[in-house]
Write a protein that binds this ligand. Structure first.
Ligand SMILES: [Zn+2]
Length: 437
């Protein structure tokens, strides 16, 4: 527990010192400061480029969802009504209908596109919305960036004529997220499906990416869901093909939030604070004092302040006179006469070094376990994660929760004969177990 508190305090200190967030009087919320917002903009720019290539178009939908729509899909309502904020009045005037501030936009986006889809030619339709959402934490304690009552995100929706296309789209976004996490953020992830009780309400299935942070807890980084026709039916979203009218539309959705900034800070850090992976750092290079080198056309640069300031802000390279400091190793290196090539190489090397460190941490804290008491010891004492067989029974998960405070994060197909870590019956899935945020 002490290790946990120490790390959490360190993390909060680090993101405050780096000017990523600031405290506010609003419970469970934080201000994303300009430097933190610049990181979000980098994330957004890179992801948007990939989404545009896949045919996603940006759009914006109302943040207030009429209660009649919000309650239309039963499982959705049961899940999200617990943490949604309801609005009933404008000043002293009672509204004609109760509204819900979006915790996610399915009940407003899915019925909204009804008029856009008539026949097969209108499909697929791909929409992305960048916005804020509110999910008021009532069960867990809010934690900056990782578990906030309000956060920024994007939500992607794609609409398809058949299951196959919908499955492909769900997978494509999942792979896009994975590529982004691994190659841009230098963060290795656990990937797989969410067990049924943790998937998105009424989804056919949910792909999830989970990162492991330094106190050996996992954080869900992004998810991609196939909703099948489970939403188009209650929302009456259908299309016509020759000879067959009123076919339900297949829908997939996915999301990624400002939580990602928290994950970066929790994965890439040292005793001085955060270390930003070069590709998403607002500034790749900070220059102190005067320099004759022309960097601005090649790199994202900033100047002024002092070395310690930029180190604390996680800037990958700090140039001071004729020397540079690498943020990942704090190594001081002589600057070459024409340093452009040298700097490009070092930035590349920082990315691969951060990825290597994070990969090694993940590897050395993931254990294949067949003995139940060992699983309880590893998870209960936050020593890492366990890959173990699971029979599919909820009782076995509840037992793990009770004995070790761990949960089943992700499941994957099992490819050899194994028995469930808890009940010793036939293992149906290979599960990843651990503590999480
Ligand atoms: Zn079992």
């Amino acid at each position: 527990m002490e290790k946990n508190n120490t790390f959490e305090n360190f993390y909060i200190r680090a993101i405050l010192d780096a000017d990523i967030i600031a405290e506010t009087v609003v419970p469970g919320c934080h201000i994303l400061k300009p430097y933190g917002y610049l990181i979000w903009e980098r994330i957004r720019t890179i992801i948007d480029k990939d989404l545009t290539k896949l045919g996603y178009q940006k759009a914006y939908f109302p943040m207030l969802i009429p209660h009649s729509l919000f309650s239309r899909q039963k499982e959705f309502y049961n899940s999200f009504s617990k943490e949604a904020i309801f609005a009933e009045r404008a000043g002293t005037t009672k509204l004609a209908e109760k509204y819900v501030i979006r915790p996610t936009s399915e009940p407003v986006i899915i019925p909204s596109v009804k008029g856009w889809i008539r026949n097969e030619k209108d499909l697929p339709l791909k929409i992305v919305q960048w916005c804020n959402i509110i999910r008021w934490e009532v069960l867990k304690t809010p934690f900056p960036l990782i578990r906030s009552n309000e956060f920024l995100w994007h939500e992607c929706y794609s609409f398809h004529a058949n299951k196959k296309e919908c499955d492909n789209a769900t997978k494509t976004i999942y792979l896009l997220y994975r590529n982004f996490m691994v190659n841009y953020l230098a963060i290795p992830v656990f990937t797989g499906l969410k067990p049924d009780r943790r998937k998105f309400p009424a989804a056919e299935y949910t792909f999830a990416l989970e990162a492991i942070v330094k106190n050996c807890r996992s954080v869900q980084a992004a998810t991609s869901h196939s909703l099948g026709t489970n939403y188009s039916k209650p929302f009456d979203l259908k299309f016509n093909i020759k000879g067959k009218k009123n076919n339900p539309v297949y829908v997939s959705c996915a999301g990624l939030t400002t939580r990602l900034i928290g994950i970066i800070a929790m994965v890439h850090n040292d005793e001085k604070g955060i270390i930003l992976p070069p590709k998403i750092a607002p500034y790749e290079i900070a220059v102190i004092g005067r320099t004759n080198i022309k960097l601005k056309n090649t790199f994202r640069c900033c100047s002024g302040k002092n070395k310690d300031y930029w180190i604390v802000h996680g800037v990958p390279i700090v140039i001071d006179g004729k020397k540079l400091t690498r943020r990942d190793t704090l190594e001081v290196i002589e600057l070459e006469k024409d340093p452009k090539k040298q700097l490009i190489e070092i930035l590349k090397d920082i990315t691969s070094n951060l990825a290597k460190r994070a990969k090694e941490f993940k590897k050395s804290h993931t254990f294949e376990v067949v003995d139940y008491s060992r699983l309880c010891d590893i998870i209960g004492k936050q020593k890492g994660f366990c890959l173990s067989a699971w029979c599919g029974s909820v009782d076995c998960i509840s037992r793990i929760k009770k004995d070790s405070n761990g949960s089943l994060r992700i499941i994957n197909p099992i490819n050899k004969k194994m028995s469930c870590i808890v009940c010793k019956k036939k293992g149906r899935y290979l599960g990843l177990f651990g503590q999480s945020y």
